[in-house]
Design a protein around this ligand. Sequence first.
Ligand SMILES: [Fe+2]
Length: 251
Amino acid sequence: MIYITGDCHGNFKRFSKDVFPEQKEMTKEDYVIICGDFGGIWDKGEESRTEKWWLDWLASKTFTTLFVDGNHENFDRLYSYPMEAWHGGNAHKIRDSVVHLMRGQVFDIDGKKIFTFGGASSHDIDGGILEPDDPQYKKRKKELDKGWLPYRINHHSWWAQELPSMEEMEEGLRNLATNGKSVDYIVSHCCASSTQVLLGGSTFKPDVLTDYFEELRQKVRFKKWFFGHYHDNVDVSAEEILLYEQIIRIS
Ligand SMILES: [Fe+2]
């Protein structure tokens, strides 16, 4: 079985037995995929007590938890976990059964080919990105707090790696070509530029990643494309499905 859901932001209560009773029938060979903004690796430094508790709680579940990265992840820490080959692609092992599916990979999961590519532009940065070692940092922060403008702090609540490198995008194209440009599912955090327009008109600006996805949308054959990021549950088209709190079965 494969189930899939949207952004968690470190809150995993939707996977409790009351909310998700299907887990009673699941084993570690069954999977729940999170479409980014996993949020279980967020605090500065090392795994905090709360984080460790929740990661161990996920690992203790009957099923295996998989996630692509979103924009709200602590990338400094996420990328420090051991990288391993897992089901045909590269992954970070957070726990034995809590696994980060890296960008540009094609995994073979439960007999399905799944292309994964996390990341997205943050939308909540109208006030900008503050640098903690900027001499003006305290002054700027005070001004922004006063003006109620959302801002983020580099390496504390925002990371440049929220958008992909050229190497990651090229690796994705190579792995798709190896698979005949055909997969069962695509799992990402944001979506193609034209899909963003269908979702929110001009609200969401295109970027290097949504443009990359636009190219994939034209060139790659896929049955369904699941994504998160926009905090809603919407069938945007017959193939593209935006998920938030809903957990749906796809295999
Ligand atoms: Fe989010």
